[in-house]
Design a protein around this ligand. Structure first.
Ligand code: GLA
Length: 411
């Protein structure tokens, strides 16, 4: 295996070569599936509060090469990690620390089996990803949904994209002990290139909005502060919101989730929540939900200046009211906003480290990255990672005829 390749150079063609080097056999017997990273343009920490969110798939992918076996064995390998795993498809899977990334995969198998799907053989899998792990652009959901989709296609399981998203989410809840919402898995399972999706997390109704950014694009800024959601305060924030909701419901407010409240309703009932922290969390949810609708309207109208303003407001609320940013994300967002050609910046995903995004004029990207990097490194003591992202499709099988023909997806 050639570990001297940079993450950028992973390509489906390269992965196919590696697969037959490791597992043998013919290239034609192997199928490759792609699963993207996502950014969330706006609507943070409200998917589990019945809110609306506005994510999009980007052009960074996890590739999964897979082939059925004649026996019932399962092999997992990842080109980046030294750990490889062997299981049997008939094993009773449960979480185990020593299983590392294989937990995500076993969690998906458990979900499929629970839905009555039967594996008629084992399989071998090779993974390659250029999505930063623990970086806030959903490396784990890309793995869960990409693997679930690959299994469904390989074994002929009939599962809709929405069910694939739910399987990914349940696997995360049960195997990884993170009570995540549905946003990440949903966009990765259903996303379409050149669009963002408004997803109503209470009903799962969704609408595609063309992602037309004119002379701008999103720059992803990685704090390089890796965090695991299961070790972060993610679950704590979720239970704080549940407490705030229960207080309001016990006082007779007829709502199913915090995001059912309009800003006017909120003004009337907020003092029912006496604990300051809980009040702040709830206020973030109500106002962030409004920003999502406004942001989608601005994007539809091509009003990027106002979209950028909302990104800034969202970050501010996540910092002051939801308290999930921290010095690394705040430094990136503040430094970004000070650059010429930057229309707005905010953290994206769960926070506590991970990534931020900035809406930047394309012809200003180079000085933008250089200047933000300088400020970040001076203040934090190590460099951040940057890339200007394009849009990507949700989970799909790699079509090699297309690939080799125009090389469009070569990373
Ligand atoms: C993580 C979770 C999502 C969502 C975001 C915050 O990415 O997986 O469900 O809650 O954090 O918006």
């Amino acid at each position: 295996m050639n570990n001297s390749l940079t993450e950028k150079e992973y390509s489906p063609e390269w992965l196919l070569e590696e697969f037959v080097k490791i597992y043998g056999g013919e290239k034609s017997s192997v199928r490759i599936f792609a699963s993207p990273a996502r950014i969330n343009i706006i609507g943070e920490h409200i998917d589990y509060n019945g809110g609306k969110v506005f994510p999009a798939c980007i052009d960074r992918f996890l590739y999964a090469a897979i082939r059925k076996r004649a026996d019932t064995k399962i092999f997992y390998k990842d080109v980046k990690f030294p750990l490889s795993f062997e299981f049997d498809v008939n094993d009773e899977f449960s979480y185990s620390k020593k299983n590392d990334y294989a937990n995500y995969l076993n969690g998906i198998i458990v979900q499929l089996k629970e839905r009555g799907f039967v594996f008629d053989s084992g399989f071998e899998l090779l993974l390659a990803s250029n999505i930063p792990a623990g970086g806030g652009i959903s490396s784990s959901s890309a793995l869960e949904c990409g693997f679930a989709f690959a299994l469904c296609q390989t074994f002929g399981f009939d599962l809709s994209p929405v069910e694939i998203a739910k399987i990914g989410q349940m696997s995360e809840h049960r195997f990884m002990n993170t009570k995540c919402g549905i946003m990440d898995q949903f966009i990765i399972a259903t996303g379409k290139k050149n669009t963002a999706e408004i997803l109503d997390c209470a009903t799962l109704e969704h609408q595609y909005v063309p992602l037309e950014l004119g002379n701008c694009c999103f720059v992803v800024m990685n704090t390089n502060k890796v965090r695991k959601l299961s070790d972060s305060k993610y679950n704590e924030r979720r239970s704080e919101c549940e407490k705030a909701l229960k207080i309001l419901q016990d006082e007779g407010i007829k709502i199913d989730s915090l995001c059912d409240l309009s800003p006017e309703d909120w003004q009337e009932c907020k003092t029912l929540i006496k604990e300051e922290n809980l009040q702040k969390r709830a206020e973030h949810c109500v106002m962030e939900n409004q920003r999502v609708l406004q942001a989608a309207d601005f994007l539809k109208k091509g009003d990027l200046a106002n979209l950028g303003r909302l990104l800034n407001e969202s970050h501010h609320s996540l910092d002051a009211k939801y308290e999930v940013t921290g010095i690394e994300l705040n430094t990136l967002a503040q430094a970004a906003r000070q650059q010429e050609g930057c229309l707005g910046a905010r953290m994206t995903g769960a926070g506590f480290g991970g990534c931020a995004i900035a809406l930047v004029q394309k012809d200003k990207i180079e000085p933008f990255i250089e200047n933000v990097q300088k400020t970040y490194t001076q203040k934090i003591g190590y460099p951040a990672g940057f890339f200007a992202c394009g849009s990507g499709d949700g989970v799909h099988e790699v079509d090699f005829s297309l690939h080799l023909h125009n090389g469009a997806e070569k990373l």
